[in-house]
Design a protein around this ligand. Structure first.
Ligand code: FES
Length: 105
């Protein structure tokens, strides 16, 4: 396992191998959530987000998902101020996802 760190100011989330996670605020807490569409695994992080409605439209089949339905990322991570540190398996490529942070309720 290795620790990877990124700044919330520089990235909205991370790509972990073929999985993706973005940061949302839910019930006043900032969370990293998996962006795999519950329908057939589409990439919700590439979808159309509506911050006012806290929804995202999946780019594959156009279904609407509420940000509250996105599942927290299973990998251990901690936030210290603006820095997010994650523990990931060695050999898993980790890259930042750069776009604005989402809001979900
Ligand atoms: S995979 Fe997302 S709507 Fe079908």
């Amino acid at each position: 396992m290795v620790v990877t760190t990124f700044s919330r100011a520089e990235a909205a989330g991370v790509t972990l191998g073929e999985r993706h996670a973005v940061g949302i605020t839910r019930d006043g807490r900032w969370l990293l959530v998996d962006t795999t569409c519950p329908h057939r695994g589409g990439p919700l992080h590439l979808g159309q987000f509506d911050a006012d409605a806290s929804t995202v439209t999946c780019p594959w089949h156009g279904r609407l998902a509420h940000c509250s339905s996105l599942q927290p990322l299973g990998e251990p991570w901690i936030r210290s101020g603006d820095q997010i540190s994650m523990l990931v398996k060695r050999g898993i490529a980790v890259r930042p996802i750069v776009f604005s942070t989402l809001t979900g309720s």
